[in-house]
Structure formats: C-alpha cells, structure tokens
Design a protein around this ligand. Sequence first.
Ligand SMILES: O=P(O)(O)OC[C@H]1O[C@](O)(COP(=O)(O)O)[C@@H](O)[C@@H]1O
Length: 343
Amino acid sequence: MYRQQLIDTANALVADDKGLLAMDESTPTCHKRFEKLGIPQTEEYRYAYRELIATTPGLSESISGAILYDETIRQQTSDGTPLVSVLMNSGIIPGIKVDAGAKALAGHPGEKVTEGLDGLRDRLTEYAQLGARFAKWRAVITIGPGLPTPGCYAANAHALARYAALCQEAGLVPIVEPEVLMDGDHGLSRCFAVTEEALRAVFQQLYQQRVLLEGMILKPNMIVPGLDCRIQETVEEVAAATIECFRHSVPAAVPGVAFLSGGQSSELASARLNAMNVKYKSQVPWALAFSFARAIQQPAMELWAGKAENTQAAQKALNHRAKCNREARRGEYDPQIDAVDAS
Ligand SMILES: O=P(O)(O)OC[C@H]1O[C@](O)(COP(=O)(O)O)[C@@H](O)[C@@H]1O
C-alpha cells in the first residue's frame, strides 16, 4: 500500500551525500553518557540537550534524518512548537527508535535478543501520526568464546524482520540494525565472519517476512578489529573488508547502508567511511552513508557539559562533525582540516 512512499523516503534518507543523526539514546544510555561528563541525569537536562541538537542552525545541510526517542518525539520547545516540527521545518526527516532494548536471551548466557514486538503495530500507527517517517530497531550480537550462537543469530534476525514488516505496513521505512559489538580482543577476520553470518540470517528473514528491500535502510557495523585486539588495521584495510563482506551478504536492491559508529572515535569513523567512498562509491549498488550517535554527538556533548552558556559552542561542534561525515560520503574528508576546524 505504501510502496512508493517507502521507496521515496528510503532514498531521501541517503540522498545528497547526507546521513542520519541518531539522537535516540534510551534513558539509561543517555544517563550513562551524562554521568561520565557530570551532567545531571534528569528529564530537564535530557530535554535541554535534545533541544540543542534539534535547533542547531544549518544541521540539515549534512543531516537528512534524525532518529528520536519516545520521550523526544512528544516534546515541544518553550514556545510550544513540537521538536518534530522544528526538525521538519529545517528539512530533517524525523524517525523513531521503536525497540524496547536488548534483553538476556533465555538459554544463551552472554547473549541478547531485542524485545518490543508486542503492541508494535499500534505504537507505529501513533508514531506515524506524530510525524515519524522511519523507525529503527537495534539487535546486538556479541563476539566471545563460543559466541555468537546459532540461536542468537536466528532470534535477532527474526525479530528484526517482524519489526521491518510491521513498519512497512504502517508506511514507515525500517532502519534494520544488526550490530556486531566491537568489545573484545578478536581480530578483523572474526568480525568479518560474524557480520557476514548475521547479515545472511537477517536478509533471509527479511525475505521470508516479505519486506520490500527497496524501502528499507541497513544500519550495520563496519568490519573492524575488536577494541582490545593488538592488530588494528588501516582505514583502507577496514574499508576493503567492509565492502567485501557486504558484497557477499547485502542485496543490491537495498538503497542505503548507513553505518553505526559503535564506539569508534569521531575521527576514525569519518576516516573509515571516507576510505570506503574514495575507492568503492562508484562500484557498489548501495549508498555508503552514516547513522552515527556518538561519533557525531560526543564532542558537542562534552562542550555543552549541561551548561546553557555552552550551547552555541556545542552546536558548532555538532555541525562540524555532521559536515565531516558528509565530506566522508563524498570521499573528501581530510583529517588535518578536521583537526584545525574542530579547534
Ligand atoms: O542502547 P540504546 O539506548 O538503545 O542506544 C544505542 C545507540 O546505538 C545506536 O544504534 C548507534 O549509536 P552509535 O553510533 O553511538 O554506535 C544509536 O542509534 C543508539 O542511540
């Protein structure tokens, strides 16, 4: 029923070398990040921070869509304008995180499955009425001794596909996010093998659940070594491995691959995205885009530190990171200029 609308929205989200800004941290995740910076963990501060992001002048020059959290999609500025309208008026497409979080997977110690399918149809209808045009669901896959298990791949892939089908029924583009975590000392080749397996499982389930591939966006991890791995490959090696893995496992009908940042530094995430676009942009069927939370927000959150007088400086930093990632989509990101402009 919504076929053309889904295709148009999915394409708009990756058009013009722009990307997504994930500002959908659940309250516990948001508080974890606030706590590290000494920012009070209250609704007032969560609101002030999200308003700062939504009102950043010029953000839409690099950002096509913003992923909101349930609390944020219902909030208004002090003059009564819904934050969703602030985003839309500036040319940013609003989206919404709809999963209920990754919870322990029964019978699988150390593994998680994402919950939130119960009642999802009704929630999606409400979010569409509130102005959302796309949604997001994150599955988490952990690498460790004997992990991941077949049960973890299967449970998460199934949930992602059920979610995606429900989104499309409601006219919302599903952002499908199977995240293979960077935690651990595994090497790049292990991340490659696990991500390929995860993506194959996800696309098999998307096929079975009749999800329109042209009307979705994939939000995967890059193929990187574990954070504690001794050998850290170059940005070019990461780019080559990521593209090779996706060529094996991501159908050409998918319009865009919008990477998560997963705890990489802001500069490294931009540099790796840039390396992919420099060499492979014209050779792959999907747009190589971004959907970063930390890699766009972190410097801005640090500058803001919960103080109203720092708002402008924080907005400048947010804009700067968004712009760096747009340049990375064009294969024009320069780490040296980044360092100068950021200071
Ligand atoms: O744990 P939560 O609160 O669901 O959120 C995790 C975050 O992970 C993301 O999916 C990706 O974020 P990063 O780019 O920081 O890895 C965000 O959209 C989201 O805010």
